[in-house]
Design a protein around this ligand. Sequence first.
Ligand code: ASP
Length: 652
Amino acid sequence: MFSCWLSRLCGELSTPTRRTTQLIWSSAARSMVLSSQRIPELSSFVARTNTCGELRSSHLGQEVTLCGWIQFRRQNIFLVLRDFHGLVQVVIPQDESAASVKKILCEAPMESVVQVSGTVISRPPGQKNPKMPTGEIEIKVKTAKLLNSCKKLPFEIKDFMKKTETLRLQYRYLDLRSVQMQYNLRLRSQMVMKMREYLCNLHGFVDVETPTLFKRTPGGAKEFVIPSREPGKFYSLPQSPQQFKQLLMVGGLDRYFQVARCYRDEGSRPDRQPEFTQIDIEMSFVDQTGVQSLIEGLLQYSWPSDKDPLVVPFPSMPFAEALASYGTDKPDTRFGMKIVDISDMFRNTEVGFLQDALSKPQGTVKAICIRKGAKYLKRKDIESIRKFAADHFNEEVLPIFLKTNENCNSPVAKFIMEEQGLGLVKLLETQEEDMVLLTAGEHKKACSLMGKLRLECADLLEARGVVLRDPALFSFLWVVDFPLFLPKEENPQELESAHHPFTAPHPSDIHLLYTEPHKVRSQHYDLVLNGNEIGGGSIRIHNSELQHYVLDTVLKEDVKLLSHLLQALDYGAPPHGGIALGLDRLMCLVTGAPSIRDVIAFPKSFRGHDLMSNAPDSIPPEELKPYHIQVSWPMDAETEKSSSNHPCRSES
Ligand code: ASP
């Protein structure tokens, strides 16, 4: 996995004299060049003739000018110059006549930026470095210019990944110099370019920008609010261009896409940011298969060339199966350990909590087999699993160690009958050293708990060296046949959209909309990669009356907020559908980065702050006046004020 590659890389970078550093720089740069069709001109329009990483024996004798950062200096004789393309060795002239050049190159602090001109020469015999792409040559410098000196850094660039994320975000412009960030951002740019190529040039899509100053949308995520100069009137930042892209369909722009910035005021999580980017797509006259095929083609076309090519079509799984077998709507299908319903096997059980659960109408018993769990999971792991189940799900979990020789070892061994033990072995295909986890409860809740434990145990096993998930595997999956509505968490009597209120019902379930809306399936599809939702979309409602009914009668939303859309649907709106891919999450998985913040140039911190510029910032009261806004400071205003001046201190 790239993350392992990264940690190895960090190790290498902390010892810059090691030859492999050069190798890594150049392999990152090479993979970038290889994955675009033409080799780009990397030195056009600028004050260099070549990049640091590109010089080879074929350049011997050439006069070159290079610009870069001083990475390393050895005994005032050699200097290693770095740019995004690699490293090159520069020989510092020692003769009297070049004293001024020597002074510049020997006195400039590390990470200063310099321009050197000189000749590409062969390294003396015995000094060639076959592991470095530029290891056969060096630059005999004639002139040098200090373009800018570097003050003492708050840390060394090469140690960056070892620093806290707070420090990295505070000095993001330095963090961006690291190999990892260079690789991530350049690969992102290349993939987006390929996506544009595929959509615009190969399939006639039109790139349309939509507003970021918009109005409140009913339902969905919390939105950021922007004050206007009209008293009491606010814009909202869009959660996505959903309404605009549908209106573009009404407007006849029948194949739309946009690399769209979206905003949700939901607080950060490892895979979320308050502002994030979607590859947003909408098409007229399309069905679900059409959208899915488009996305498969798009990903296949833009997939990095240094990875195994993608095989399409991606497999599909109904939502109900995802929930029953994996306990989630975003299953990680890189490994098995699926949830199995064993209710029938335990109808006559004497185990209290199983009996209890099965006596209820929706009661079920579920099990997963943890491969090698008996060997690798410790007593304290099992305790924490049971505690997690009790704290978060109010459920019991029972570990059972089944021996294939029919003995069974468990806190309730005496209650597990022989045929139950044998049945479990057969159904779960347990082997020596496996462990079975068993729980009971209402189907959805029991599956959801088992799904969480499945992932938790996989992490634990992997931490102990068991290989469960192939690090090179990208396991894409379509999850389909979602319900159109789900009970609201806070009030299960009311319904909310499973995707969003513009999603069309499954054609064969439309009649149920008016009688049993909770039973209606939708034309919504999600794309999952290695257990992460990386995209979602739907075929839309294009009939104004139906849309009005869903908003008003089923969802109890204020239809006035969407009158423009309802009106537009009445003026010859074509049937249409679309999807949005979460670009940050996709890139995070492709690069193997630990967080989406590692594939965003200037991300927000966990608490939504920009630690570099200190946003959000306060505004003096007189500047708030034109907006008719006054701050009502909370009780601990002083603390708030002072911590907002130093957000880095309070974040980790
Ligand atoms: N706008 C939707 C979202 O952001 C995606 C879509 O339905 O096309 O999830």
